[in-house]
Write a new protein. Structure first.
Length: 608
C-alpha cells in the first residue's frame, strides 16, 4: 500500500484512478495510518525534537507498526503551538540544523492566530503544496461524478495572495494560501483538472484585495459563458465580492464596453495583465450584462450567479464553521445552483475531503485522509455530561473551557456521535500537535472516519462562570436574525461580532450587528431579548438570574463598519483568502472602531 498521494488526474480514466486510490486507502485506513506514522518518524528521527523524546531508540529496526504507535504516543507529549514556538522561532532566525524535520524548512506560514492579533508561524514545506494539490484533485474527482464540468472551462475564483516577507533568518513567510498560489502545484492543479482560473497571477497576487476583486469580476464577466463554477477559499470572499459587484456593476460594464480598466486599479502589473485579456471593446457583452443587472437589481440581486454565468454548475467554497452565517446571502446570490462545501484543513495540514458534494453545507461531512498526517482524537465531554457518572479516565479538566478530556485515541478507535479535539503529527515537523478544533464523528467511509466540524475549541465569551464558544454565539445570533427577517422592515444582518465587557460591574455580553436596511426599534429590542434568552450555558443562565452578569447589550453599528475591521486585520497581516471575521474581540483597536460606529444600543429585558 502506497503512502504517497493519488495519481495525477488528467483524463476521465485518471479520475477513476484517483477514486480507486482513495477507496483503497479508506478501506485500509488503520494500516495506512500506522504506515504514515512510521514514514514521518523514520524520516525525522534525526531531528532534534524527536531525538529529545525518542533519542534512546537509535533506530526503528524491526519494530512493528503497532509497537511504534504505542511507543510514540507514550513518549512524545501532546503539545500546543506555544510549546513548539521556541523551535519554530529558531528556524525563523535561520537555524538550519535539523530542528523539527530532517529536511531544512525554508518557508513559514501564518495561521489563523493572525485574526486574534498575534501571527503564529507554522512550518511550510513542499509536502504542504503537494497535499493541497492532492486534496483538490481528490475532491474534484468526486465532484465530477455528480457535477461534471466541461474540459477547458474556467473558474470564477475569488482568491487573493497576501504579502510575503523574509524573516531575519531569510525564510519566506506568508499565508498557506499565498504559498500555494505561488507554487508549481497551483499551476499543475489547473492543468490536471483542465479548469482555469479567470484571473491571471498578477490579479491574484496584486496585494490589494479591492483592486483584485474588481479585476476578478471584470474578467469573470468577460469569460461569462466559459465559467463552470464560482469558488473561493472561504465563503466570506464570495459574499464580499458580490456585495462589491452590486455597487460597481455600472463601472464594470463601462470597462467592458470600452475595453478600458477603471482608474481604481492602480497596480501597473495588474493593469497590464487585465488589459491584455480585455484586448478590445465589447459593447454587445456590456449591454447584455447591463440589461441583466437592471433586472437583478429589481429582485435584490437574487440568483445573480446563474443569471450572469449561465453555464455555471455550482458554487464551491468552505461554508461550514465560522462561514455558516454567510450561507443565507450566498444562497441568495446562487439561486437554484448547488452550494458545494469545500474541504476541511488548516495551515497546519489538510484533514478531510467532502466526498458527497450533493450534501447541503449544513450536512457536510469530511472524510479523513489517512495519508496526510497521523491523526489522534482527544475525546471531549461536556462537564455536566461527565458529572453524570460516565466511566472515563480524566487526563485534564480545563478551567478555561467547558470540556473534560479523555485519552487520545487513534483514527480507527473513534466512536460515532462523540466529539473530539484533533491532534496532528505531520510531515512538516508538528508532533502530537493540538489543532484546537472540535469535531464530531458522523460515521465512517469504509475505515476512515467522517467528521462534522463543530467549532474552534477556544471559548470566546466568558465573564465569570459562563462559558460560550463561537458555535454557541452563532446559534444565539441565528435566533435573533430569524426575528429580524420576520419583521415588516427588510433589514438584513451583514455581519456580527461580540465582546465580553468585564470593565464594568457586573460584566455583560455585547453583540455588535451591522445591518443592511432599517429595522424597527421594537424588532431590535425583541432580537436583543431573544438572544440573551437563547444562551443555554448553565453558568450564563445562573449568572443572569442572580445578576452577576448584566443584561445583554445589542449595538447596531453603521454600514461599512465590518469593512473597516477587515481592512484593519488585513493591514496587520491577515489574508483576504483566509479571512474570518473575529466573532469576539477584546482588541482595543477593533473595539474602538465598533464603538465609534455604534448608532443604536439596546439592553435585554430577558431576565427582568
Ligand atoms: P487557517 O489557520 O487560516 O488556515 O484556518 C484554519 C481553521 O479554519 C481550521 O482550524 C478551522 O477552524 C477552520 N476551517 C478550515 N476548514 C474548515 C471547514 N471546511 N469547515 C469549518 N472550518 C474550517
Amino acid at each position: 500500500m502506497a503512502v504517497e498521494g493519488p495519481p495525477m488526474a488528467t483524463t476521465e480514466e485518471d479520475v477513476e484512478d484517483v477514486v480507486a486510490w482513495f477507496e483503497e486507502v479508506a478501506d485500509n485506513a488503520a494500516t495506512v495510518q500506522l504506515q504514515t506514522l512510521r514514514h514521518i518518524v523514520e524520516s525525522n528521527l534525526g531531528a532534534e525534537y524527536l531525538q529529545k523524546w525518542l533519542g534512546a531508540l537509535g533506530g526503528l529496526g524491526g519494530m512493528s507498526p503497532a509497537a511504534l504507535q504505542s511507543l510514540y504516543t507514550s513518549a512524545v507529549p501532546l503539545v500546543s503551538h506555544a510549546d513548539l514556538e521556541p523551535y519554530i522561532n529558531r528556524i525563523a532566525h535561520g537555524d538550519s540544523s535539523p530542528v523539527l524535520t530532517q529536511h531544512p524548512i525554508t518557508m513559514l506560514s501564518l495561521s489563523s492566530g493572525t485574526t486574534d492579533g498575534r501571527p503564529k508561524y507554522v512550518p511550510f514545506t513542499r509536502f504542504s503544496s503537494q497535499s493541497t494539490l492532492q486534496i483538490f484533485r481528490l475532491a474534484a474527482a468526486y465532484r465530477s461524478m455528480v457535477f461534471p464540468i466541461r474540459s477547458g472551462g474556467r473558474i470564477l475564483e475569488f482568491i487573493y495572495s497576501s504579502k510575503q516577507f523574509q524573516t531575519k533568518g531569510g525564510l519566506t513567510v506568508g499565508t498557506a494560501t499565498t504559498h500555494y498560489f505561488a507554487s508549481e502545484e497551483f499551476k499543475t492543479k489547473q492543468r490536471s483538472t483542465k479548469c482555469f482560473t479567470c484571473s491571471p497571477q498578477e490579479v491574484i497576487c496584486g496585494g490589494d484585495y479591492k483592486q483584485s476583486t474588481y479585476c476578478h469580476l471584470l474578467l469573470g464577466l468577460l469569460f461569462h459563458d466559459e465559467v463552470e463554477f464560482v469558488a473561493s477559499t472561504f465563503a466570506y470572499s464570495i459574499v464580499q465580492a458580490f456585495a462589491a459587484f452590486e455597487e460597481q456593476w455600472e463601472e464594470l460594464c463601462e470597462d467592458l464596453r470600452k475595453g478600458t480598466l477603471s482608474t481604481k486599479v492602480t497596480s501597473p502589473k495588474m493593469r497590464k495583465a487585465v488589459l491584455e485579456k480585455l484586448a478590445e471593446p465589447n459593447p454587445s457583452l456590456a449591454s447584455e450584462v447591463e440589461r441583466t443587472c437592471r433586472e437583478l437589481r429589481s429582485s435584490e440581486w437574487g440568483g445573480l450567479i446563474p443569471a450572469l454565468w449561465p453555464n455555471s454548475k455550482y458554487v464551491y467554497s468552505i461554508m461550514t464553521g465560522s462561514m455558516q452565517p454567510y450561507l443565507k446571502k450566498l444562497r441568495h446570490y446562487a439561486g437554484e445552483l448547488s452550494l458545494v462545501s469545500a474541504e476541511y484543513g488548516s495551515t497546519e495540514g489538510w484533514i478531510g475531503v467532502n466526498l458527497e458534494p450533493m450534501n447541503p453545507p449544513e450536512r457536510v461531512v469530511f472524510t479523513v485522509i489517512p495519508t496526510f498526517a497521523y491523526f489522534e482524537f482527544i475525546p471531549l465531554f461536556h462537564k455536566q455530561q461527565s458529572d453524570h457518572g460516565r466511566e472515563r479516565r480524566r487526563i485534564c479538566a480545563s478551567d478555561t473551557d467547558d470540556f473534560v478530556e479523555g485519552e487520545p485515541v487513534p483514527l480507527s478507535s473513534v466512536t460515532v456521535g462523540q466529539q473530539y479535539e484533533i491532534v496532528l503529527t505531520t510531515f512538516t515537523g508538528l508532533y502530537r500537535y493540538r489543532l484546537g478544533d472540535v469535531v464530531e464523528v458522523a460515521g465512517f467511509y469504509k475505515g476512515a472516519p467522517q467528521l462534522s466540524f463543530v467549532c474552534r475549541r477556544k471559548l470566546i465569551l466568558t465573564v465569570n462562570i459562563d462559558k460560550n464558544t463561537e458555535r454557541d454565539l452563532q446559534v444565539v445570533v441565528e435566533k435573533g436574525r430569524s426575528l429580524l427577517s420576520r419583521s415588516a422592515t427588510k433589514a438584513e444582518l451583514v455581519d456580527f461580532t461580540s465582546h465580553a465587557d468585564v470593565a464594568h460591574c457586573p460584566g455583560h455580553y455585547v453583540i455588535y450587528w451591522e445591518l443592511k436596511g432599517e429595522a424597527e426599534e421594537g424588532v431590535l429590542e425583541e432580537c436583543c431579548r431573544a438572544m440573551d434568552a437563547a444562551f443555554v450555558d448553565e453558568g450564563y443562565v445562573v449568572s443572569r438570574k442572580t445578576s452577576s452578569i448584566g443584561p445583554l447589550e445589542l449595538r447596531i453599528v453603521a454600514g461599512g463598519t465590518f469593512h473597516k475591521i477587515l481592512e484593519h486585520c488585513i493591514g496587520n497581516g491577515a489574508a483576504m483568502s483566509q479571512f474570518k471575521t473575529p466573532r469576539c474581540t477584546a482588541n482595543e483597536v477593533l473595539l474602538g472602531i465598533l464603538d465609534c460606529s455604534t448608532i443604536k444600543r439596546f439592553w435585554s429585558t430577558a431576565y427582568g
